[in-house]
Write a protein that binds this ligand. Structure first.
Ligand code: BDP
Length: 332
């Protein structure tokens, strides 16, 4: 057999995947918990997860310990969602976008323009609707401990400013793994390509795709701005993220430890949200200074109108989720 030469990152990813591939038969709260994170170490999510780990360790006098594996070395997001469900990975911060394939109720937050802004998203997620979405996740083996921020996602590409939905026509646009996002791009006449986050830079560079969509911090931290220099402020998706834990592991904890873990998670979310707001601004400034051509889309009505078929198709396929959509729309 040919010997494979792996660089450090690939070797770590492989080791992680091999280890992660074996679901634990019984969760072991005393063993060091392994946490999955897709982002580089200097990122608001990463700092939130480090804060969480530090606090549970301190507050249980080291009975509980946790280590976060950053930069996606434990695998892609769809794989990691499965692994946290199975117990091969203990905790993670997931974007609710790809979660929709596993927990249909979470799709409500992936509907374009469902939230009127970040504050509206917070009011929804920090109240009973967030609890309802969380309960649906717990049923699938993922217990959400706190909601993290992920800003608003906008389109960026290597060709031209996007001003109207028509500008997306014919463009090859990368989306996160969820049929809803494929429908979203197709509704504007673009060609959607679901693809792992880690593959986007190279695909933009080689022209496999023309563009993608994300918030300022991810556009900046991944260096996508170097290879896709037009960023158009569509803000079409505001998707929260969750710090969540394997349900078996959660259930094995004493009530006292559950309280410590949940409190640490909440505090980590407060920190993450504060760092998020700062980083969103800093990232925007950094990429604009680097020469990114940014355009505002003051009137988003045309994009919202283009999304009507996405809602129709989604509600037709998932009629049981309609009340949740209506409750979000009715929240001030
Ligand atoms: C980032 C999210 C991350 C996603 C990524 C993506 O924080 O969870 O994996 O976007 O586009 O904003 O895949």
């Amino acid at each position: 057999m040919r010997k494979l030469k792996l660089n450090g990152l690939a070797a770590a990813a492989l080791a992680g995947l091999l280890a992660a591939g074996l679901p634990l038969a019984a969760p072991d709260a005393a063993a060091e918990w392994r946490g999955w994170n897709i982002h580089v170490p200097d990122y608001p999510v990463s700092h939130g997860m480090e804060d969480f780990a530090k606090k549970i360790e301190e507050r249980t006098d080291g009975r509980l310990t946790a280590k976060t594996y950053h930069s996606g070395v434990l695998g892609t997001q769809p794989d990691a969602i499965e692994q946290v469900r199975l117990g091969g990975i203990d905790f993670a911060v997931f974007n609710l976008g790809p979660m929709g394939q596993v927990v249909p109720a979470t799709n409500v937050v992936s509907l374009p323009f469902i939230f009127k802004g970040m504050d509206h998203m917070h009011r929804v997620m920090d109240g009973p609707i967030g609890d309802e979405i969380g309960a649906a996740m717990a049923e699938k083996g993922l217990v959400p401990l706190a909601w993290y921020d992920s800003g608003a996602r906008s389109f960026y590409n290597s060709q031209k400013p996007i001003m109207t939905p028509d500008d997306v026509k014919g463009m090859k646009v990368r989306v996160m793994n969820n049929d809803l996002f494929v429908g979203m791009i197709e509704a504007m006449g673009g060609n959607a390509t679901p693809m792992a986050f880690g593959e986007v830079y190279q695909s933009l560079k080689t022209g496999v795709i023309d563009g993608a969509e994300n918030n300022w911090p991810s556009y900046e931290s991944t260096n996508h701005f170097e290879v896709a220099g037009y960023y158009s402020d569509s803000g079409h998706l505001i998707i929260p993220e969750c710090l969540c834990i394997n349900k078996g592991l959660w259930d094995s904890l004493s009530a006292e430890d559950q309280e410590i873990v949940r409190q640490a998670a909440r505090e980590s979310a407060e920190l993450q949200r504060k760092l998020w707001a700062e980083r969103a601004e800093a990232s925007r400034e950094k990429v604009v200074a680097a020469g990114v051509k940014y355009n505002d889309i003051a009137d988003k009505a045309a994009f919202q109108a283009a999304m009507a078929p996405v809602y129709d198709a989604f509600l037709e396929k998932n009629p049981e989720i309609r009340p949740l959509v209506e409750k979000i729309q009715a929240t001030d």
